[in-house]
Design a protein around this ligand. Structure first.
Ligand code: FAD
Ligand code: EPU
Length: 339
């Protein structure tokens, strides 16, 4: 166990923001985490950040506390019944490695979530989602360590309050729990989700004759690689904002002036709008000031071309929010965690 002081987090966040954490420690077991807690000089209750891959965080200033870098490892099958396989993955495993493990073994349900960056422990925090599937659809339970009580607690599906990019860990229990492992409930018989338009088109391009979880995963990988900037080359944290949910009335008033508005009905009264469309319409697509920019292929993704500060990216996000609000009376909400 080693606690380091004044550590740059540049290589620990996918935006590549160069800020300094007062203390930084890696833990590979709960015992190690407890040791770090007892030796740290920081206030664990108020100044703690649990870090996975740093792919959904924007640091806007130095972090005046301790960063726990989670490196808990292990993937195993823990249970099986007639229809399902239960896979337990430690929080420090890369999410995509778990996807590859399941696909290799023909455990279905996770294929649409291929290539999402980051670690398993962060997946429940915002209920990661892509191409018509969310973590909640394959979630069984998780174990989490309570930083105050020092106990390990189990959360079942209904305990997590999962929603669109939401969970209880982002709200009521924010910064209280360290997620230790997640158990996924995968299907023995696949149920394919190809309704997301881009997948069907990509499967056609790939000339796929018979659907399989392997080729759906490959289609998702192809689509993502074509449109999302690789954080190893250009700093980013995926979608910076959520797609806003608005009333039927608000969507109608936008549609009256913009017949090309991109929206999806959520229920009888509400629509989800494509934030990328709103941002593009406000003229931000491809915008760049200094090293902070709005991605030219997918404007929902804000980027760091090199040496932007977190504050510069944040200021750009604020300008975008204000202009979308002025133009469409819709308030964009940030998806990325601002620290
Ligand atoms: P971090 O950024 O390290 O942490 C995110 C939050 O989770 C922080 O609040 C952190 O404190 C908390 N946290 C992390 N680990 C733990 C733990 N063990 N216990 C408690 N709290 C913890 N997201 C999607 O949902 N869908 C996508 O399609 C998608 N595409 C992306 C594409 C790109 C190119 C990028 C860069 C990001 C994308 N994301 C997407 C966002 C991101 O990959 C996910 O949110 C991912 O789950 C973050 O994982 P991480 O380990 O990097 O988390
Ligand atoms: N669009 C435009 N202009 C553009 C790009 C897109 O108008 O330049 C419109 C298109 O009409 C397109 C629509 O926006 O159909 C939606 O775009 P896309 O399919 O790229 O998805 P998204 O809504 O922008 C969401 C998630 C992504 C996830 C994809 C695929 C959110 C906030 N983002 O993006 O998740 O990978 O769908 O399911 O829900 C993330 O959370 O970080 C993330 C990348």
């Amino acid at each position: 166990m080693k606690i380091e002081n004044n550590v740059s987090l540049k290589k620990h966040n996918s935006f590549g923001i160069d800020i300094v954490a007062k203390q930084f420690a890696i833990f590979q077991s709960i015992n190690e985490l407890e040791e770090i807690i007892s030796y740290s000089t920081c206030n664990i209750q108020h100044a703690t950040l649990i870090l996975g891959g740093g792919s959904n965080i924007l640091f806007t200033k130095n972090f005046d506390g301790i960063v726990f870098k989670n490196e808990l490892k292990g993937i195993e099958v823990v249970k099986e019944d007639a229809e399902h396989i239960y896979v337990k993955a430690a929080a420090g495993e890369l999410w995509h490695n778990v996807v590859l493990y399941c696909i290799k073994n023909n455990y279905a349900g996770i294929e649409n979530l291929s290539l999402i960056p980051g670690c398993v422990g962060a997946a429940p925090i915002q209920n990661i989602g892509a191409y018509g599937v969310e973590l909640k659809d394959i979630f069984y339970e998780l174990q989490a360590y309570h930083l105050h009580d020092k106990t390990i607690q189990t959360f079942k599906l209904t305990d997590c309050n999962f929603g669109y990019r939401e969970s209880i860990f982002k709200n009521k229990f924010k910064n209280q729990f360290v997620i230790v492992n997640v158990i996924l409930k995968l299907n023995k018989q696949p149920i394919f989700h190809t309704q997301y338009g881009a997948i069907e088109k990509e499967l056609e391009t790939m000339k796929v004759k018979e659907l399989s979880i392997q080729n759906i995963s490959q289609a998702v990988i192809n689509i993502r690689s074509a449109k999302l900037p690789n954080p190893k080359i250009i700093g980013n944290a995926g979608s910076f904002f959520k797609n806003p949910i608005v009333s039927k009335f608000r969507r109608y008033t936008i549609w009256e002036y913009h017949k090309d508005v991109v929206s999806y009905a959520i229920d009888e009264m509400n629509f989800k709008l494509a934030a990328a469309w709103l941002i593009e319409k406000c003229g931000w697509k491809g915008y760049r000031k200094g090293d902070a920019g709005c991605n030219p292929l997918q404007p929902l993704v804000l980027v760091n071309y090199g040496n932007a500060t977190g504050q510069e990216i944040y200021d750009l996000s604020e300008q975008i929010i204000q202009s979308v609000k002025k133009e469409f009376s819709v308030v964009l909400e940030r998806e990325v965690n601002i620290i």
